[in-house]
Design a protein around this ligand. Structure first.
Ligand code: C2E
Ligand code: CA
Ligand code: CA
Length: 527
Protein backbone atom coordinates (compact mmCIF):
# COMPACT_ATOMS: atom_id res chain seq x y z
CA UNK A 1 0.00 0.00 0.00
CA UNK A 2 1.28 3.40 -1.00
CA UNK A 3 1.41 6.35 1.41
CA UNK A 4 -1.91 7.98 2.26
CA UNK A 5 -2.42 11.73 2.32
CA UNK A 6 -3.96 13.17 5.49
CA UNK A 7 -7.30 13.79 3.75
CA UNK A 8 -7.37 10.21 2.36
CA UNK A 9 -6.68 8.90 5.84
CA UNK A 10 -9.45 11.02 7.33
CA UNK A 11 -11.80 9.84 4.67
CA UNK A 12 -11.05 6.21 5.47
CA UNK A 13 -11.61 6.87 9.14
CA UNK A 14 -15.07 8.31 8.56
CA UNK A 15 -17.47 6.60 10.92
CA UNK A 16 -14.72 5.47 13.28
CA UNK A 17 -14.91 8.58 15.37
CA UNK A 18 -12.69 7.39 18.27
CA UNK A 19 -9.66 6.62 16.14
CA UNK A 20 -10.32 9.67 14.04
CA UNK A 21 -10.10 11.82 17.17
CA UNK A 22 -6.83 10.15 18.23
CA UNK A 23 -5.28 10.81 14.83
CA UNK A 24 -6.50 14.42 14.89
CA UNK A 25 -4.87 14.91 18.29
CA UNK A 26 -1.67 13.33 17.05
CA UNK A 27 -1.61 15.61 14.05
CA UNK A 28 -2.16 18.61 16.31
CA UNK A 29 0.77 17.52 18.46
CA UNK A 30 3.01 17.06 15.43
CA UNK A 31 2.10 20.56 14.28
CA UNK A 32 2.98 21.92 17.71
CA UNK A 33 6.27 20.06 17.75
CA UNK A 34 7.12 21.48 14.35
CA UNK A 35 6.38 24.97 15.58
CA UNK A 36 8.55 24.40 18.67
CA UNK A 37 11.38 23.11 16.53
CA UNK A 38 11.16 26.17 14.33
CA UNK A 39 11.22 28.39 17.44
CA UNK A 40 14.21 26.50 18.76
CA UNK A 41 16.01 26.90 15.46
CA UNK A 42 15.38 30.63 15.40
CA UNK A 43 16.57 31.00 18.98
CA UNK A 44 19.73 29.00 18.24
CA UNK A 45 20.39 31.20 15.26
CA UNK A 46 19.93 34.31 17.37
CA UNK A 47 22.27 32.91 19.98
CA UNK A 48 24.87 32.12 17.32
CA UNK A 49 24.62 35.68 16.12
CA UNK A 50 25.21 37.02 19.63
CA UNK A 51 28.24 34.74 20.03
CA UNK A 52 29.57 35.90 16.64
CA UNK A 53 29.14 39.51 17.64
CA UNK A 54 30.90 38.97 20.93
CA UNK A 55 33.78 37.15 19.30
CA UNK A 56 34.05 39.96 16.77
CA UNK A 57 34.05 42.56 19.52
CA UNK A 58 36.62 40.76 21.66
CA UNK A 59 38.84 40.28 18.59
CA UNK A 60 38.46 43.94 17.84
CA UNK A 61 39.31 44.83 21.43
CA UNK A 62 42.29 42.54 21.37
CA UNK A 63 43.58 44.01 18.15
CA UNK A 64 42.92 47.52 19.48
CA UNK A 65 44.98 46.66 22.57
CA UNK A 66 47.77 45.72 20.23
CA UNK A 67 47.69 49.06 18.45
CA UNK A 68 49.25 52.24 19.70
CA UNK A 69 46.38 54.73 19.54
CA UNK A 70 48.65 57.70 18.82
CA UNK A 71 50.20 56.34 15.63
CA UNK A 72 47.89 53.47 14.76
CA UNK A 73 50.98 51.27 14.58
CA UNK A 74 51.16 47.85 16.24
CA UNK A 75 52.71 48.04 19.70
CA UNK A 76 55.08 45.78 21.63
CA UNK A 77 52.36 43.16 22.21
CA UNK A 78 51.83 42.63 18.51
CA UNK A 79 55.57 42.94 17.91
CA UNK A 80 56.26 39.96 20.17
CA UNK A 81 53.78 37.84 18.26
CA UNK A 82 54.75 38.92 14.78
CA UNK A 83 58.46 38.58 15.30
CA UNK A 84 57.99 35.15 16.86
CA UNK A 85 55.91 34.24 13.82
CA UNK A 86 58.53 35.70 11.48
CA UNK A 87 61.27 33.50 12.90
CA UNK A 88 58.88 30.56 13.18
CA UNK A 89 60.57 27.43 14.42
CA UNK A 90 63.67 27.68 12.32
CA UNK A 91 66.76 26.52 14.06
CA UNK A 92 69.44 29.10 14.82
CA UNK A 93 72.00 26.67 13.36
CA UNK A 94 70.36 26.82 9.97
CA UNK A 95 68.96 30.30 9.69
CA UNK A 96 66.78 30.69 6.64
CA UNK A 97 66.04 34.35 6.79
CA UNK A 98 68.24 37.35 7.01
CA UNK A 99 67.56 40.94 7.85
CA UNK A 100 67.97 43.63 10.48
CA UNK A 101 66.34 45.19 13.52
CA UNK A 102 66.36 48.96 13.63
CA UNK A 103 65.57 50.44 17.01
CA UNK A 104 64.65 54.09 16.61
CA UNK A 105 64.68 56.49 19.58
CA UNK A 106 63.40 60.03 19.08
CA UNK A 107 65.66 62.72 20.45
CA UNK A 108 65.18 65.22 23.28
CA UNK A 109 63.32 67.62 21.00
CA UNK A 110 60.39 65.27 21.14
CA UNK A 111 60.40 65.32 24.95
CA UNK A 112 60.50 69.12 24.84
CA UNK A 113 57.61 69.20 22.37
CA UNK A 114 55.66 66.86 24.58
CA UNK A 115 56.27 68.94 27.67
CA UNK A 116 55.72 72.36 26.17
CA UNK A 117 53.27 72.16 23.28
CA UNK A 118 49.61 71.23 23.41
CA UNK A 119 49.07 67.45 23.58
CA UNK A 120 47.29 67.49 20.20
CA UNK A 121 50.44 68.85 18.57
CA UNK A 122 52.83 66.32 20.02
CA UNK A 123 50.35 63.58 19.11
CA UNK A 124 50.12 64.92 15.58
CA UNK A 125 53.92 64.92 15.28
CA UNK A 126 54.10 61.37 16.55
CA UNK A 127 51.43 60.30 14.09
CA UNK A 128 53.34 61.97 11.23
CA UNK A 129 56.56 60.22 12.24
CA UNK A 130 54.76 56.88 12.31
CA UNK A 131 53.34 57.58 8.85
CA UNK A 132 56.77 58.38 7.45
CA UNK A 133 58.20 55.12 8.71
CA UNK A 134 55.16 53.19 7.54
CA UNK A 135 55.49 54.65 4.04
CA UNK A 136 59.23 54.16 3.88
CA UNK A 137 59.05 50.51 4.89
CA UNK A 138 55.84 49.83 2.98
CA UNK A 139 53.78 48.96 6.00
CA UNK A 140 55.87 45.94 6.90
CA UNK A 141 56.98 45.33 10.48
CA UNK A 142 57.00 48.84 11.86
CA UNK A 143 56.15 48.81 15.56
CA UNK A 144 55.56 51.65 17.99
CA UNK A 145 57.02 50.09 21.10
CA UNK A 146 57.25 52.98 23.59
CA UNK A 147 56.21 56.63 23.58
CA UNK A 148 59.36 57.75 21.77
CA UNK A 149 60.64 54.44 20.47
CA UNK A 150 59.95 52.44 17.33
CA UNK A 151 61.22 49.11 16.10
CA UNK A 152 61.53 48.21 12.45
CA UNK A 153 62.25 44.75 11.14
CA UNK A 154 63.58 44.67 7.58
CA UNK A 155 64.12 41.51 5.66
CA UNK A 156 66.97 41.02 3.16
CA UNK A 157 70.70 40.42 3.01
CA UNK A 158 72.38 43.48 4.36
CA UNK A 159 75.92 44.21 5.30
CA UNK A 160 76.87 47.06 7.60
CA UNK A 161 77.28 49.42 4.66
CA UNK A 162 73.91 48.77 3.06
CA UNK A 163 71.99 48.85 6.33
CA UNK A 164 73.73 52.06 7.33
CA UNK A 165 72.53 53.62 4.09
CA UNK A 166 68.96 52.68 4.98
CA UNK A 167 69.35 54.03 8.49
CA UNK A 168 70.70 57.33 7.13
CA UNK A 169 67.71 57.65 4.81
CA UNK A 170 65.40 56.91 7.74
CA UNK A 171 67.01 59.59 9.87
CA UNK A 172 66.68 62.11 7.04
CA UNK A 173 63.02 61.24 6.69
CA UNK A 174 62.35 61.57 10.42
CA UNK A 175 64.22 64.84 10.55
CA UNK A 176 61.98 66.53 7.94
CA UNK A 177 60.34 69.54 9.60
CA UNK A 178 56.78 69.53 10.92
CA UNK A 179 55.26 72.76 9.76
CA UNK A 180 52.87 74.73 11.93
CA UNK A 181 51.69 78.26 11.39
CA UNK A 182 54.48 80.47 12.58
CA UNK A 183 57.11 77.83 13.30
CA UNK A 184 58.65 74.53 12.27
CA UNK A 185 59.50 71.66 14.56
CA UNK A 186 62.41 69.30 13.88
CA UNK A 187 62.63 65.97 15.63
CA UNK A 188 65.75 63.88 15.28
CA UNK A 189 66.44 60.28 16.19
CA UNK A 190 69.15 57.77 16.94
CA UNK A 191 69.11 54.30 15.40
CA UNK A 192 70.58 51.12 16.89
CA UNK A 193 70.93 48.16 14.53
CA UNK A 194 71.50 44.44 14.84
CA UNK A 195 71.76 42.16 11.82
CA UNK A 196 70.66 38.58 11.59
CA UNK A 197 71.94 35.97 11.35
CA UNK A 198 75.30 37.78 11.87
CA UNK A 199 74.49 39.10 15.37
CA UNK A 200 72.38 36.26 16.63
CA UNK A 201 69.24 34.49 15.64
CA UNK A 202 67.01 34.76 18.67
CA UNK A 203 64.50 37.52 18.96
CA UNK A 204 65.49 38.58 22.47
CA UNK A 205 69.20 38.51 21.73
CA UNK A 206 68.76 40.58 18.58
CA UNK A 207 66.59 43.12 20.35
CA UNK A 208 69.10 43.36 23.17
CA UNK A 209 71.91 43.86 20.67
CA UNK A 210 69.96 46.57 18.87
CA UNK A 211 69.47 48.21 22.27
CA UNK A 212 73.18 47.99 23.07
CA UNK A 213 73.96 49.53 19.64
CA UNK A 214 71.45 52.29 20.36
CA UNK A 215 73.01 53.03 23.77
CA UNK A 216 76.41 53.10 22.13
CA UNK A 217 75.26 55.53 19.45
CA UNK A 218 73.68 57.75 22.11
CA UNK A 219 76.88 57.75 24.19
CA UNK A 220 79.10 58.50 21.21
CA UNK A 221 76.57 60.84 19.63
CA UNK A 222 76.96 59.10 16.27
CA UNK A 223 73.27 58.98 15.33
CA UNK A 224 73.58 55.39 14.08
CA UNK A 225 75.07 52.41 15.90
CA UNK A 226 75.56 49.01 14.31
CA UNK A 227 76.14 46.24 16.81
CA UNK A 228 79.53 44.57 17.14
CA UNK A 229 80.92 42.32 19.87
CA UNK A 230 83.08 44.99 21.53
CA UNK A 231 80.01 47.10 22.25
CA UNK A 232 78.71 44.71 24.87
CA UNK A 233 81.82 45.15 27.03
CA UNK A 234 81.73 48.90 26.58
CA UNK A 235 78.09 49.07 27.68
CA UNK A 236 78.75 46.87 30.71
CA UNK A 237 81.70 49.08 31.58
CA UNK A 238 79.52 52.13 31.30
CA UNK A 239 76.92 50.55 33.55
CA UNK A 240 79.63 49.97 36.17
CA UNK A 241 80.55 53.60 35.88
CA UNK A 242 76.93 54.57 36.28
CA UNK A 243 76.71 52.50 39.44
CA UNK A 244 79.68 54.26 40.91
CA UNK A 245 78.13 57.60 40.00
CA UNK A 246 74.98 56.52 41.84
CA UNK A 247 77.12 55.56 44.82
CA UNK A 248 78.86 58.92 44.72
CA UNK A 249 75.49 60.66 44.52
CA UNK A 250 74.29 58.55 47.39
CA UNK A 251 77.34 59.70 49.31
CA UNK A 252 76.59 63.31 48.45
CA UNK A 253 72.94 62.86 49.45
CA UNK A 254 74.00 61.37 52.76
CA UNK A 255 76.25 64.39 53.35
CA UNK A 256 73.34 66.71 52.62
CA UNK A 257 71.10 64.74 54.97
CA UNK A 258 73.76 65.03 57.67
CA UNK A 259 73.03 68.74 57.72
CA UNK A 260 69.36 68.33 58.67
CA UNK A 261 69.01 64.92 60.29
CA UNK A 262 70.45 63.83 63.56
CA UNK A 263 70.62 60.46 65.26
CA UNK A 264 69.59 60.30 68.90
CA UNK A 265 70.13 57.30 71.13
CA UNK A 266 67.88 56.27 73.97
CA UNK A 267 69.46 53.84 76.44
CA UNK A 268 67.78 50.48 76.88
CA UNK A 269 69.01 49.01 80.14
CA UNK A 270 69.06 45.59 81.68
CA UNK A 271 68.77 46.06 85.44
CA UNK A 272 68.77 44.25 88.74
CA UNK A 273 67.37 45.60 91.95
CA UNK A 274 69.69 46.18 94.87
CA UNK A 275 67.52 47.15 97.82
CA UNK A 276 65.16 49.73 96.45
CA UNK A 277 67.51 50.82 93.67
CA UNK A 278 67.68 49.65 90.09
CA UNK A 279 71.26 48.94 89.13
CA UNK A 280 72.13 48.98 85.45
CA UNK A 281 73.84 45.84 84.30
CA UNK A 282 74.16 46.42 80.63
CA UNK A 283 73.36 49.20 78.19
CA UNK A 284 71.80 48.90 74.78
CA UNK A 285 70.20 51.69 72.80
CA UNK A 286 67.47 52.47 70.32
CA UNK A 287 68.46 54.83 67.51
CA UNK A 288 65.79 57.50 67.01
CA UNK A 289 65.95 60.00 64.20
CA UNK A 290 65.56 63.75 64.71
CA UNK A 291 64.90 66.29 61.97
CA UNK A 292 66.04 69.85 62.32
CA UNK A 293 63.92 71.37 59.61
CA UNK A 294 65.45 74.60 58.25
CA UNK A 295 62.16 76.48 58.71
CA UNK A 296 60.00 74.47 61.07
CA UNK A 297 62.65 73.67 63.66
CA UNK A 298 62.59 70.24 65.29
CA UNK A 299 60.06 67.96 63.61
CA UNK A 300 59.05 64.83 65.49
CA UNK A 301 59.59 61.50 63.71
CA UNK A 302 55.98 60.67 64.55
CA UNK A 303 55.11 63.45 62.08
CA UNK A 304 57.48 62.84 59.19
CA UNK A 305 58.10 59.08 59.24
CA UNK A 306 54.53 58.22 58.15
CA UNK A 307 54.79 60.84 55.39
CA UNK A 308 58.19 59.53 54.33
CA UNK A 309 56.64 56.05 54.22
CA UNK A 310 53.87 57.26 51.96
CA UNK A 311 56.14 59.08 49.54
CA UNK A 312 58.87 56.47 49.45
CA UNK A 313 61.40 58.91 50.92
CA UNK A 314 61.77 56.46 53.79
CA UNK A 315 64.21 54.54 51.59
CA UNK A 316 66.95 57.23 51.45
CA UNK A 317 66.15 58.29 55.02
CA UNK A 318 66.34 54.68 56.20
CA UNK A 319 69.67 54.27 54.44
CA UNK A 320 70.98 57.42 56.07
CA UNK A 321 69.95 56.01 59.47
CA UNK A 322 71.72 52.73 58.71
CA UNK A 323 74.94 54.46 57.60
CA UNK A 324 74.93 56.87 60.52
CA UNK A 325 74.33 54.22 63.16
CA UNK A 326 76.97 51.99 61.57
CA UNK A 327 79.47 54.85 61.71
CA UNK A 328 78.73 55.45 65.39
CA UNK A 329 78.88 51.73 66.19
CA UNK A 330 82.33 51.55 64.61
CA UNK A 331 83.53 54.45 66.76
CA UNK A 332 82.10 53.09 69.99
CA UNK A 333 83.33 49.57 69.50
CA UNK A 334 86.77 50.87 68.54
CA UNK A 335 86.80 52.55 71.98
CA UNK A 336 85.73 49.28 73.58
CA UNK A 337 82.78 50.88 75.32
CA UNK A 338 80.40 48.56 77.17
CA UNK A 339 77.58 48.60 74.68
CA UNK A 340 75.33 45.58 74.14
CA UNK A 341 73.95 46.72 70.79
CA UNK A 342 71.91 49.34 69.01
CA UNK A 343 68.50 48.85 67.50
CA UNK A 344 67.21 50.60 64.41
CA UNK A 345 63.57 51.02 63.42
CA UNK A 346 62.77 49.60 60.01
CA UNK A 347 59.59 50.69 58.26
CA UNK A 348 57.34 48.28 56.37
CA UNK A 349 58.28 49.89 53.07
CA UNK A 350 61.96 49.16 53.63
CA UNK A 351 60.98 45.50 53.57
CA UNK A 352 59.07 45.70 50.31
CA UNK A 353 62.09 44.86 48.21
CA UNK A 354 65.07 42.63 48.73
CA UNK A 355 67.23 45.81 48.78
CA UNK A 356 67.24 45.85 52.55
CA UNK A 357 69.33 42.66 52.61
CA UNK A 358 71.78 44.07 50.08
CA UNK A 359 72.04 47.43 51.91
CA UNK A 360 72.75 45.79 55.22
CA UNK A 361 75.23 43.42 53.64
CA UNK A 362 77.06 46.44 52.19
CA UNK A 363 77.04 48.14 55.55
CA UNK A 364 78.43 45.10 57.32
CA UNK A 365 81.12 44.74 54.62
CA UNK A 366 82.21 48.33 55.01
CA UNK A 367 82.21 48.51 58.80
CA UNK A 368 84.01 46.62 61.50
CA UNK A 369 81.48 46.43 64.36
CA UNK A 370 80.22 42.92 65.13
CA UNK A 371 76.97 42.22 63.20
CA UNK A 372 75.19 40.93 66.30
CA UNK A 373 75.40 44.43 67.76
CA UNK A 374 72.92 45.64 65.21
CA UNK A 375 69.27 44.95 65.96
CA UNK A 376 66.39 45.74 63.74
CA UNK A 377 63.00 46.67 65.16
CA UNK A 378 60.01 45.84 63.05
CA UNK A 379 56.38 46.31 63.91
CA UNK A 380 53.69 43.70 63.58
CA UNK A 381 52.19 45.63 60.68
CA UNK A 382 55.32 44.92 58.61
CA UNK A 383 54.40 41.28 58.74
CA UNK A 384 50.76 41.56 57.85
CA UNK A 385 50.91 41.64 54.06
CA UNK A 386 53.36 38.93 53.15
CA UNK A 387 54.49 37.21 56.33
CA UNK A 388 56.34 34.36 54.66
CA UNK A 389 58.38 36.64 52.40
CA UNK A 390 59.26 38.95 55.28
CA UNK A 391 60.26 36.01 57.45
CA UNK A 392 62.54 34.77 54.68
CA UNK A 393 64.16 38.25 54.40
CA UNK A 394 64.59 38.31 58.16
CA UNK A 395 66.16 34.89 58.04
CA UNK A 396 68.67 36.04 55.42
CA UNK A 397 69.66 38.96 57.63
CA UNK A 398 69.72 36.81 60.72
CA UNK A 399 72.13 34.46 58.95
CA UNK A 400 74.49 37.42 58.70
CA UNK A 401 74.28 37.86 62.46
CA UNK A 402 71.63 40.59 62.68
CA UNK A 403 69.09 40.40 65.53
CA UNK A 404 65.46 41.37 65.55
CA UNK A 405 62.95 42.82 67.96
CA UNK A 406 59.21 43.15 67.47
CA UNK A 407 58.26 46.74 68.23
CA UNK A 408 54.99 48.04 69.69
CA UNK A 409 54.04 44.48 70.50
CA UNK A 410 50.42 43.96 71.39
CA UNK A 411 49.03 46.63 69.09
CA UNK A 412 48.83 44.47 65.93
CA UNK A 413 46.65 41.46 65.37
CA UNK A 414 48.20 39.19 62.93
CA UNK A 415 51.62 38.14 63.91
CA UNK A 416 51.09 35.88 66.87
CA UNK A 417 50.98 32.83 64.68
CA UNK A 418 54.14 33.94 62.91
CA UNK A 419 56.19 35.29 65.79
CA UNK A 420 57.56 31.91 66.75
CA UNK A 421 58.79 31.37 63.20
CA UNK A 422 60.69 34.64 63.12
CA UNK A 423 64.32 34.92 64.10
CA UNK A 424 63.32 37.35 66.85
CA UNK A 425 65.05 37.82 70.17
CA UNK A 426 62.95 40.52 71.81
CA UNK A 427 59.40 41.70 72.15
CA UNK A 428 58.92 45.34 73.01
CA UNK A 429 55.74 45.83 74.99
CA UNK A 430 53.91 48.81 73.56
CA UNK A 431 54.05 52.05 75.56
CA UNK A 432 50.28 52.38 75.63
CA UNK A 433 50.00 49.40 78.02
CA UNK A 434 52.91 50.55 80.16
CA UNK A 435 51.38 53.98 80.60
CA UNK A 436 48.37 52.55 82.43
CA UNK A 437 50.03 49.53 83.97
CA UNK A 438 49.92 50.76 87.56
CA UNK A 439 46.24 51.59 87.65
CA UNK A 440 44.37 49.82 84.87
CA UNK A 441 43.52 46.16 85.38
CA UNK A 442 43.12 45.52 81.65
CA UNK A 443 46.58 46.88 80.82
CA UNK A 444 48.00 44.81 83.65
CA UNK A 445 46.40 41.69 82.25
CA UNK A 446 47.75 42.41 78.77
CA UNK A 447 51.23 43.12 80.06
CA UNK A 448 51.20 39.90 82.13
CA UNK A 449 50.09 37.93 79.08
CA UNK A 450 52.81 39.40 76.88
CA UNK A 451 55.47 38.70 79.50
CA UNK A 452 54.28 35.12 79.91
CA UNK A 453 54.10 34.62 76.17
CA UNK A 454 57.60 36.04 75.62
CA UNK A 455 58.94 33.70 78.29
CA UNK A 456 57.15 30.74 76.75
CA UNK A 457 58.64 31.50 73.34
CA UNK A 458 62.09 32.14 74.76
CA UNK A 459 62.12 35.86 73.93
CA UNK A 460 63.08 38.73 76.21
CA UNK A 461 60.36 41.23 76.96
CA UNK A 462 61.41 44.87 76.87
CA UNK A 463 59.18 47.45 78.56
CA UNK A 464 59.14 50.67 76.60
CA UNK A 465 58.01 54.14 77.68
CA UNK A 466 58.62 53.52 81.40
CA UNK A 467 58.26 56.95 82.99
CA UNK A 468 57.90 56.28 86.72
CA UNK A 469 59.50 54.15 89.40
CA UNK A 470 56.11 52.59 90.17
CA UNK A 471 55.78 51.36 86.60
CA UNK A 472 59.33 49.99 86.68
CA UNK A 473 58.69 48.21 89.97
CA UNK A 474 55.43 46.68 88.85
CA UNK A 475 57.09 45.39 85.68
CA UNK A 476 60.16 44.18 87.55
CA UNK A 477 57.94 42.19 89.89
CA UNK A 478 56.28 40.65 86.85
CA UNK A 479 59.69 39.49 85.62
CA UNK A 480 60.78 42.23 83.21
CA UNK A 481 64.50 42.98 83.35
CA UNK A 482 64.99 45.19 80.33
CA UNK A 483 63.65 48.73 80.30
CA UNK A 484 63.50 51.78 78.12
CA UNK A 485 61.89 55.04 79.11
CA UNK A 486 62.29 58.52 80.53
CA UNK A 487 62.57 57.08 84.05
CA UNK A 488 65.90 55.53 83.07
CA UNK A 489 67.09 57.89 80.37
CA UNK A 490 65.76 60.11 77.58
CA UNK A 491 66.87 59.94 73.96
CA UNK A 492 70.09 61.96 73.56
CA UNK A 493 72.54 63.03 70.87
CA UNK A 494 75.42 60.66 70.07
CA UNK A 495 77.99 62.75 72.00
CA UNK A 496 75.85 62.66 75.16
CA UNK A 497 75.25 58.96 74.76
CA UNK A 498 79.02 58.46 74.64
CA UNK A 499 79.33 60.30 77.97
CA UNK A 500 76.46 58.20 79.39
CA UNK A 501 78.23 55.00 78.33
CA UNK A 502 81.49 56.14 79.88
CA UNK A 503 79.70 56.96 83.15
CA UNK A 504 78.05 53.55 83.17
CA UNK A 505 81.35 51.80 82.67
CA UNK A 506 82.91 53.89 85.50
CA UNK A 507 80.05 52.99 87.84
CA UNK A 508 80.32 49.34 86.95
CA UNK A 509 84.05 49.56 87.68
CA UNK A 510 83.41 51.05 91.16
CA UNK A 511 80.87 48.38 92.11
CA UNK A 512 81.99 45.14 93.74
CA UNK A 513 82.31 42.36 91.16
CA UNK A 514 78.87 41.02 90.29
CA UNK A 515 78.14 37.37 90.68
CA UNK A 516 78.09 35.69 87.32
CA UNK A 517 74.35 34.99 87.45
CA UNK A 518 73.25 38.60 87.84
CA UNK A 519 75.99 40.07 85.66
CA UNK A 520 74.98 38.01 82.66
CA UNK A 521 74.12 40.16 79.71
CA UNK A 522 70.80 39.89 77.98
CA UNK A 523 70.70 36.32 76.77
CA UNK A 524 71.09 35.68 73.08
CA UNK A 525 67.87 35.34 71.18
CA UNK A 526 66.63 31.79 71.27
CA UNK A 527 66.68 31.07 67.57
P1 C2E B 1 59.05 53.92 68.59
O1 C2E B 1 59.87 53.02 67.76
O2 C2E B 1 57.99 53.28 69.40
O3 C2E B 1 60.06 54.69 69.50
C1 C2E B 1 59.87 55.00 70.84
C2 C2E B 1 59.33 56.36 70.99
O4 C2E B 1 58.96 56.58 72.34
C3 C2E B 1 60.35 57.44 70.70
O5 C2E B 1 59.65 58.52 70.16
C4 C2E B 1 60.87 57.78 72.08
O6 C2E B 1 61.43 59.06 72.15
C5 C2E B 1 59.61 57.70 72.86
N1 C2E B 1 59.83 57.42 74.27
C6 C2E B 1 60.82 56.71 74.84
N2 C2E B 1 60.67 56.65 76.17
C7 C2E B 1 59.54 57.33 76.46
C8 C2E B 1 58.83 57.61 77.67
O7 C2E B 1 59.22 57.24 78.78
N3 C2E B 1 57.68 58.33 77.57
C9 C2E B 1 57.22 58.76 76.38
N4 C2E B 1 56.10 59.44 76.38
N5 C2E B 1 57.85 58.51 75.22
C10 C2E B 1 59.00 57.80 75.26
P2 C2E B 1 60.18 59.31 68.92
O8 C2E B 1 61.66 59.40 68.97
O9 C2E B 1 59.38 60.54 68.82
O10 C2E B 1 59.83 58.35 67.73
C11 C2E B 1 58.52 58.12 67.38
C12 C2E B 1 58.42 57.01 66.39
O11 C2E B 1 59.01 57.37 65.14
C13 C2E B 1 59.17 55.77 66.82
O12 C2E B 1 58.38 55.05 67.71
C14 C2E B 1 59.37 55.07 65.52
O13 C2E B 1 58.24 54.36 65.13
C15 C2E B 1 59.56 56.23 64.56
N6 C2E B 1 61.00 56.43 64.33
C16 C2E B 1 61.90 57.09 65.06
N7 C2E B 1 63.11 57.02 64.48
C17 C2E B 1 62.98 56.27 63.37
C18 C2E B 1 63.87 55.83 62.34
O14 C2E B 1 65.08 56.08 62.36
N8 C2E B 1 63.34 55.08 61.33
C19 C2E B 1 62.02 54.73 61.30
N9 C2E B 1 61.58 53.98 60.29
N10 C2E B 1 61.15 55.13 62.26
C20 C2E B 1 61.63 55.89 63.28
CA1 CA C 1 61.05 51.34 68.05
CA1 CA D 1 57.85 51.18 70.19
Amino acid sequence: MGLLSISQLMHKLDGQEDIRQVVMDLLEEIKQLRADKRGLLTRTQELLQVIDEQTRRSNELRSRMEINPKTGLPNHLRMDKEIAHFFGNQSPEKPQRSGAFLLVRLDKNYDTVQRTLKPQMSEWILYQLGERMRTMFRDRYVFHTRESEFLILVEGSYNTKTIEKIARALRREIHQPHIFTGYNVHIGCTVGISLFPDHGYSKSYLLQNADIALQHALDQDTGIGIYHEGMRDQVVERMDLQNSIIKALEHQAIKEMDKQFDMYYQPIVSVLKEGTEFVVQRVFAEALIRWHHPRLGLVSPGMFIPLAEETGLIIPIGNWVLYTVARHLDQWFAQELPLGGVSINLSPRQFRTEDVVENIRRILDNHSFPPDKLWLEITESTLIEEPMRIISLMQKLHNKGIRFAVDDFGTGYSSLSYVHRMPVGHLKIDQSFIKKVTDDAKSQAIVRTIIAMAKELGFDAIAEGVETKEQAEFLYNEGVRIFQGYFFARPMPAEDFLVYLEQQSDQAGSRPPEDSETASPIPDPQV
